[in-house]
Design a protein around this ligand. Structure first.
Ligand code: 2RA
Length: 332
C-alpha cells in the first residue's frame, strides 16, 4: 500500500514512521513529504532509503492513505487535494477536528463510525486522547457529567524548538531560538497555545470541545487548565470526573483493568503510580492514583499519563489507518 507521511521529518512525523514500521502496517511504497528545502533528503524506513518528495509529487502518486502532521494551514490547503485523488487523509492538526463534516477519531472509542465517505479524518489533540481513552469505559458505565482537568505537558508537545530551549537552559545557556515567552527549565508555564477572549487557551478549549465530540455528548461539561512543564516526553493529567451514577471504587478499578488502551498502574503503598518516564515509547495510557473525591458525591480523581508523541499523536493516527484497513475502507 502506498502511504504518504506529510511532515515526515518533524518530531511527530518521525514517530509516525517508527510506529508504522513497528506495527508492520502494510506499506509497499513510502512517500515522505516535508518542506520544499527537504525535498531530495533521504530517510530510512524498514531498511530502505526513500527520498523526501514534494507535496505535488505525493498527490500525483495517489497514495491509499496520507498521514499528516504538518500544521493546520498546510493541512487545510493540501488534505482536500489528496482527498480529490481518492487518498484517505488522517490529520494530526486541529484544522478539521471541529468541522461538523469530519470525524474526530480515537479508535478504541468511535472507529466504528468511520465509513467509505470519510476521506479526511481528524486525529484529536494529544491531551484529549489520553483523557478520553482513560474515561471511555467509565463513561459507558456511569455516564460522565463533568470533568475538571489540569495537565502537565512535555515540551515535546511543542516540538524541536522547545526541546532545544529546555536543553540549552539546562546547560546554562541563553536559548538561541526560544519557543516560549519565559524560561521553561525549573519553571512551569500555565500557557499552551494562544489565549482566547474567554481567558482560556486554545489548548484548554480543545480539551473542552473535542471531548464532547468524541463522546458524542454536548451535555458533558469540561473545564481545563493546561500547563507546560520541563519534561522531555510524556503528558500527565489530574482528572476529576463527576458521573451521573454512583460508582464502586473496586468496580472502577475492574473496569479500568479491562479498558482498551489503558494500563492500570496503581499501588501507592509501594509508590507505584504513572510517571512520564514510564510512558516513554508505550502506546498504553497509564492510569493511577484512583480515589473518590470526598468533597462531593459520584466523583472520582485519577491521574493519567501517556507518551504524547505516540498514543497522543502517531500511534492513534496509525491505529485509525489500521481500523480502516480492517473495515475494508482502505484500498491498497
Ligand atoms: C502540545 N497538545 O502539547 C499540544 C500540541 N501537541 O503542545
Amino acid at each position: 500500500m502506498k502511504v504518504a507521511v506529510v511532515g515526515a521529518t518533524g518530531l511527530v512525523g518521525t514517530e509516525m514512521l517508527k510506529v508504522l514500521a513497528e506495527r508492520n502496517f502494510p506499506v509497499t511504497e513510502l512517500l515522505p513529504v516535508a518542506s520544499a528545502r527537504s525535498v531530495g533528503q533521504e530517510i530510512e524506513f524498514q531498511g530502505k532509503k526513500y527520498k523526501v518528495v514534494s507535496m505535488d509529487d505525493a498527490i500525483a502518486a495517489r497514495p491509499a492513505v496520507a498521514i499528516f502532521s504538518a500544521g493546520g494551514s498546510i493541512s487545510k490547503q493540501e488534505a482536500p487535494r489528496f482527498a480529490e485523488v481518492g487518498t484517505v487523509v488522517i490529520d494530526n492538526s486541529s484544522a478539521w477536528r471541529m468541522d461538523p463534516t469530519k470525524k474526530l477519531v480515537v479508535p478504541e472509542i468511535n472507529a466504528k463510525e468511520l465509513t467509505a465517505a470519510d476521506k479526511i479524518i481528524a486525529n484529536p489533540n494529544c491531551s484529549t486522547i489520553q483523557m478520553v481513552v482513560a474515561l471511555n469505559e467509565l463513561h459507558q458505565r456511569y455516564k460522565v457529567q463533568r470533568i475538571v482537568v489540569s495537565t502537565y505537558q512535555s515540551v515535546t508537545g511543542t516540538g524541536k524548538q522547545a526541546v532545544d530551549q529546555l536543553l540549552e537552559e539546562r546547560a546554562g545557556q541563553t536559548p538561541t531560538n526560544p519557543a516560549y515567552p519565559h524560561r521553561i527549565d525549573l519553571n512551569v508555564l500555565p500557557h499552551i497555545d494562544v489565549f482566547e477572549d474567554n481567558g482560556y487557551t486554545k489548548e484548554e478549549m480543545k480539551m473542552v470541545n473535542e471531548t464532547k465530540k468524541i463522546f458524542g455528548d454536548d451535555s458533558i461539561r469540561v473545564t481545563a487548565t493546561t500547563v507546560r512543564i520541563p519534561v522531555m516526553g510524556g503528558h500527565s493529567e489530574a482528572v476529576n470526573v463527576e458521573f451521573a451514577e454512583e460508582f464502586d471504587l473496586a468496580e472502577v478499578r475492574e473496569i479500568l483493568r479491562r479498558t482498551a488502551g489503558v494500563e492500570l498502574v496503581d499501588d501507592v503503598k509501594n509508590n507505584v503510580y504513572p510517571m512520564p518516564k514510564d510512558a516513554h515509547g508505550k502506546d498504553a495510557v497509564l492510569v493511577g492514583r484512583l480515589r473518590r473525591d470526598e468533597t462531593q458525591p459520584r466523583t472520582l480523581n485519577l491521574w493519567v499519563v501517556a507518551d504524547n508523541l505516540r498514543k497522543g499523536a502517531a500511534t492513534n493516527a496509525v491505529q485509525i489507518a489500521e481500523a480502516m484497513l480492517e473495515m475494508g475502507l482502505l484500498t491498497a
